[in-house]
Design a protein around this ligand. Structure first.
Ligand SMILES: CC(C)(COP(=O)(O)OP(=O)(O)OC[C@H]1O[C@@H](n2cnc3c(N)ncnc32)[C@H](O)[C@@H]1OP(=O)(O)O)[C@@H](O)C(=O)NCCC(=O)NCCS
Length: 187
């Protein structure tokens, strides 16, 4: 996957795209990060939450969270914010070897290598922290995300049936994970 993220990419329409710049988010990024999130929430198709946290809450998260517990990466292209990824370790000692991931790319920048570049950073961070597993939730109808995660070596660990209210009905929620250390056999 590194090669995919390391070079410029041709989008599906054939236009070429420069490699995104991926960096850790800072407190000063809270407003722009929130605006990016809002745009993706407004599509109404991908997330399970109702909307982004307040700018203040995001700023506090960026400033106060120790880097070994969680990290947020932003992807920029031509000076514009085009995607982000967040990884947060679970809190308890029994679970802190696992981090939950969220990744999202602005609608106009999808399929140009941004999501891949962000996942490369998140996985490198997970390995640096000695984590055993990266985990995430994805709505069953999100074919792009399922394809991206599979390509990155994530596999399905479970399905929560009719978990997400979507449109007039309900959608399954898929739990996927990538094991950075081979899972131990069940006792
Ligand atoms: C899912 C998402 C993060 C993918 O990011 P992206 O930057 O578009 O992905 P990339 O360009 O790095 O794609 C890497 C690979 O993933 C797969 N992929 C990505 N989008 C795809 C699509 N729409 N259809 C099929 N495969 C897709 C392909 O294998 C692709 O490689 P290829 O372009 O060489 O075929 C992006 O579509 C997005 O932000 N969607 C809305 C928010 C969201 O769903 N977030 C995830 C919530 S769980």
């Amino acid at each position: 996957m590194r090669g995919l993220a390391a070079e410029g990419r041709e989008g599906v329409a054939g236009e070429s795209h420069s490699r995104p710049r991926v960096r850790l988010a800072r407190r000063a990024d809270a407003r722009a990060w929130r605006a990016l999130q809002q745009g993706i929430y407004d599509e109404g198709l991908w997330f399970v939450g109702d909307g982004p946290a307040s700018e203040r809450a995001l700023a506090a998260r960026l400033q106060l969270t120790p880097r070994h517990r969680a990290a947020v990466w932003l992807a920029e292209r031509d000076g514009a914010l085009v995607g982000w990824c967040e990884a947060a370790r679970l809190q308890s000692q029994r679970l802190e070897h696992v981090a939950m991931l969220t990744v999202a790319v602005a609608s106009g920048s999808r399929r140009t290598g941004v999501g891949s570049a962000l996942l490369v950073e998140a996985e490198a961070w997970g390995r640096q922290q000695g984590l055993r597993k990266l985990s995430l939730h994805v709505r069953a109808g999100n074919a792009a995300a399922l394809a991206l995660y599979r390509r990155f070596g994530f596999t399905v660990e479970g399905v929560e049936r009719s978990q997400v209210r979507a449109g007039g009905g309900f959608e399954d929620n898929v739990i996927m994970a990538k094991h950075l250390v081979a899972p131990e056999a069940d006792a």
